[in-house]
Design a protein around this ligand. Sequence first.
Ligand SMILES: [Zn+2]
Ligand SMILES: [Zn+2]
Length: 117
Amino acid sequence: MNMRVAVCIVCTEESDEGVMAVCLRCGEWYHLNPYATRPGRDCGIATLGDEETGIDYVCNTCIEEVRIEMAQAQRRQNLIAKAEAEAKADAERTAPTAPPARTTSTPPRRRFRRIDQ
Ligand SMILES: [Zn+2]
Ligand SMILES: [Zn+2]
């Protein structure tokens, strides 16, 4: 049996390709224990994707990258949401539909005092 060996992108250790998988994201080999009943090394995951892709193979390195990207995207989203909320608050503050309650009543009329002398 011709054993092919690959280097894991995550832990950099060589192993038989039979206990490894290729990451769909970076295209590198990583440890993925194919036996549920036997102990083995897992340097990534295999998850059920959508119907087209079947199973998603993702190494731990890419999982971490995805996690960071998602965190950054979330942070960007939060900033955008915050900016939008502030812009909305600004717009509401200056909106013509909400006129400022002005209490400047007409100034009292000046009475002419006649001086009869
Ligand atoms: Zn590994
Ligand atoms: Zn990867």
